[in-house]
Ligand binder design. Structure first.
Ligand SMILES: C[S@@+](CC[C@H](N)C(=O)[O-])C[C@H]1O[C@@H](n2cnc3c(N)ncnc32)[C@H](O)[C@@H]1O
Length: 348
């Protein structure tokens, strides 16, 4: 059970975070807005404009209440977000605003593959060599890795971590009554390691492998996770994981599928199934899909118009249940989590 002081602390921190990131979102709006179509019906306007700020704030409140309730049930410790001290926040904010006009210029010129080069393409897949979100450096540089979490939290108005933490719930349920020292977890496409940190806080003795195709992002993850022991780091392509069959009890993957082409999603799902032990658990999270929460559909549709996300539209209609089932996994739960969707599956 959380103490009243924990609740107050959580509420104050989340309000401050939302204020900070939502403020950045509004301040950066002029670099983002697509020009309005010249003529559209009232119905089209309302569809394009989505559910409105009040409804979004209400849905955010429900997410935070859920986060707090999970901690109250003892599924994970009182949530903390580890954004760094004030100096770090200000430095990142400055860098964020310095990069905005550069990214806007890239967007206006349609330069979404600036980071591509034939030399890099010898080692990395072409689909990966893109300036996702129009961000400078794509996934290839230290600077991009340092800015990534700020950019994601601005996009989600400070809710990205709370959404990721919902992936701890099925893990806690799976681990209940088991000795965590005898289990292991692989996070595929761990990015800068935010979710791995939540895993280590909740299950400090669980052996964790953090893997990502970006060496720069994995280095940022290593720095972020410095206080924690029992983590292996591996630069790895999700569609050909360098691990033996049946080597993990738990596989997690967050916000990967919308950034890879459809055939690669199927290859990755097969790799999830291959590296899991029989009876092992997959916890997957990515964007909501069309129809999951119909009032948010317009927001989802407008996302790739504003951010370079070449595979997002195909992701919106993807049948995740079928992909995982065909890979040899049994989907036991799918659930919307604000703007994300969590899928839980078991290896047969
Ligand atoms: C949107 S980020 C998500 C990162 C992190 N999981 C999170 O919660 O923020 C996508 C990540 O997938 C990685 N990635 C993209 N394609 C990959 C692939 N084929 N194999 C492994 N990692 C990949 C990128 O380097 C990046 O770190």
């Amino acid at each position: 059970m959380l103490r009243p002081i924990d609740r107050v602390d959580y509420t104050m921190r989340q309000m401050a975070r939302v204020g900070w990131y939502l403020g950045h979102y509004f301040a950066s709006q002029r670099f983002r807005e697509a020009p309005a179509p010249e003529a559209e019906t009232e119905q089209e306007t309302s569809r394009r404009s989505g559910p409105g700020l009040a409804r979004i704030l209400e849905a955010m409140g429900a997410l935070f209440a859920r986060d707090l309730a999970n901690a109250d049930r003892g599924l994970y410790p009182p949530p903390r977000d580890h954004d760094g001290n004030l100096a770090t926040l200000i430095r990142r904010s400055r860098r964020y605003f310095a990069d905005l006009p550069v990214a806007a210029e890239r967007k206006s010129q349609g330069r979404g593959t600036e980071v591509y080069s034939p030399e890099l393409a010898e080692d990395l897949p072409a689909y990966f060599l893109q300036n996702f979100h129009f961000q400078t450096g794509g996934y290839l540089t230290e600077e991009s890795a340092e800015l990534y979490d700020m950019q994601v939290e601005v996009l989600f108005s400070g809710t990205a971590n709370a959404m990721r933490r919902q992936c701890l719930v099925p893990i806690a349920e799976y681990m209940s009554g088991k000795d965590q020292r005898k289990l292991n977890l692989l996070d595929v496409a761990c990015g800068t390691g935010r979710f791995v940190r939540f895993v280590k806080q909740a299950f400090p003795r669980l052996a964790v492998t953090a893997s990502d195709l970006s060496a720069a992002y994995l280095e940022e993850a290593r720095a972020h996770l410095k206080p924690y022991r029992g983590i292996d780091y591996k630069v790895a392509k999700a569609e050909s994981l360098p691990f033996a069959d049946g080597s993990f009890d738990i596989v997690t993957s967050i916000y990967l599928f919308h950034e890879v082409p459809p055939p690669v999603r199927r290859e990755i799902a097969r790799e999830f199934a291959r590296v899991l032990k029989p009876g092992g658990l997959l916890v997957f999270m990515d964007s909501l899909q069309t129809g999951d929460t119909p009032e948010f559909d317009a927001m989802l549709e407008s996302f790739p118009a504003n951010f370079h996300e070449p595979f997002y539209r195909s992701y919106l209609g993807e049948n995740l249940r079928r992909i995982f089932t065909e890979a040899g996994l049994q989907v036991i739960d799918t659930e919307p989590v604000f703007l994300s969707k969590r899928v839980v599956a078991i290896k047969h």
